[in-house]
Design a protein around this ligand. Structure first.
Ligand SMILES: NC(=O)c1ccc[n+]([C@@H]2O[C@H](COP(=O)([O-])OP(=O)(O)OC[C@H]3O[C@@H](n4cnc5c(N)ncnc54)[C@H](O)[C@@H]3O)[C@@H](O)[C@H]2O)c1
Ligand SMILES: [Zn+2]
Ligand SMILES: [Zn+2]
Length: 362
């Protein structure tokens, strides 16, 4: 029997989101129903609402969540009711070409629940990133549930489910930041600050935070930024980063905004043979024009980071341990706890740069 719960649905492009009733089916084979305890508001939810991801409206938004497993379907052996889990959008298949060749963080065939959640009139919902956790309960594939230390705070560890992990992983997995590196991070929202925290965990010697918002730069210092650059106040971000790195540029530059101008800054603000990591998500209309010779003569590597190239089973418990030991301040990402009907207001605050993460707490 399907259960009726409350959830946040985006019905159409640019329309305000709506609190409405959602039907959650009992878990089928390989699936699990999770009672959501907390779910962060990520910029990607806003991208969905604005039609920037695809047109599969209506969306059930929310995807940075932690909760408790309520029930599991047939064949689920590694999860049981009562388990405390962080939800992930990379339940690896084990059999695609990436998985078979030992690179499951690129898995091209990740699992989601196969049954749809619906509105009460039967309209199928598209859950954001296959999760849909701005809802009291959600249906996911069991592989989307990663068990972590149940004594951890749900509002904090749920953030590992997307933005913070994407940022941490952009630094330590994709960017390969290591001891002594200089790192610059452009855009210090939840993702960028995750990258700053990741660079600190990896032992970077210099971490330069770049943002257009002074408040964001202040917060970035708390995550480990050793230097800050206010992109509104300097003539040129590239020169500002070079000035802070003996005029050479940083070893790794992470673009956590995802616009042509920020990516270009990242490209030119890195040292010769350095690495650029694009983790911010551009929109389909964005274009770049640059001299090809610059790609050749500057060398190095230009990478994109999907979900921080993370493996939830490997990375979530490790980061929760660091959090519990006081070595990784996940609490500092939680600017405010809000009720389920506060998501639209949280988008507004995100737009004005007032929050790092608003987290819906049930
Ligand atoms: N690659 C992935 O797997 C992945 C996962 C989650 C989110 N994302 C993407 O990462 C991006 C950031 O997400 P977020 O939740 O941190 O967003 P956010 O809105 O909280 O943060 C963006 C930050 O960038 C700053 N900014 C904007 N324009 C700037 C500019 N020109 N120069 C410097 N700073 C600028 C803003 O002031 C803000 O602090 C989004 O595009 C989001 O969709 C990617
Ligand atoms: Zn796979
Ligand atoms: Zn997200």
């Amino acid at each position: 029997m399907a259960q009726e719960v409350k959830g946040i649905v985006a019905r159409g492009k640019g329309q305000p989101v709506e609190l409405t009733s959602v039907l959650v089916p009992d878990p089928g084979p390989g699936e699990a129903v999770v009672k959501v305890q907390a779910c962060g508001v990520c910029h990607t939810d806003l991208h969905y609402r604005e039609g920037g991801i695809n047109d599969d409206f209506p969306f059930l938004l929310g995807h940075e969540a932690a909760g408790v497993v309520e029930s599991v379907g047939e064949g689920v052996v590694d999860l049981e009711p009562g388990d405390f889990v962080v939800l992930n959008w990379r339940a690896v298949c084990g059999t695609c070409r990436a998985c078979r060749r030992g690179k499951p963080w690129y898995c091209f065939s990740t699992f989601n629940a196969s049954q749809p959640m619906t509105l009460t009139d039967g309209t199928k919902l598209s859950p954001a990133l296959g999760i849909g956790a701005f809802a009291e309960k959600t249906l996911v594939h069991s592989g989307q549930c990663t068990k972590v230390d149940p004594s951890a705070r749900a509002a904090a560890v749920g953030l590992l489910g997307c933005g913070v992990m994407a940022g941490v992983g952009a630094a330590i997995n994709t960017g390969g930041v290591t001891r002594g590196d200089s790192v610059a991070v452009i855009g210090c929202g939840g993702v960028g600050d995750g990258a700053i925290a990741g660079a600190r965990i990896a032992g970077a010697a210099k971490i330069i935070a770049v943002d257009t918002d002074a408040r964001k730069l202040e917060w970035a210092k708390g995550f480990g930024a050793t230097h800050t650059v206010n992109a509104r106040e300097v003539d040129d971000v590239v020169t500002a980063i070079q000035d802070l790195t003996d005029s050479f540029g940083a070893d790794v530059v992470i673009d956590a905004v995802g616009r042509p101008e920020t990516w270009k800054q990242a490209f030119y603000a890195r040292d010769l043979a350095g690495t650029v990591v694009l983790v911010g998500v551009p929109t389909p209309d964005m274009k770049l024009e640059m001299p090809l010779i610059d790609f050749f003569s500057r060398g190095g590597s230009l990478k994109s980071s999907w979900y921080g190239d993370c493996l939830p089973t490997r990375d979530f418990p490790m980061l929760v341990d660091l959090y519990q030991q006081g070595r990784f301040d996940l609490d500092a990402f939680v600017t405010e706890e809000i009720p389920l009907d506060g998501v639209e207001g949280a988008f507004e605050k995100m737009h004005h740069g007032e929050v790092l993460r608003s987290v819906v707490v049930f």
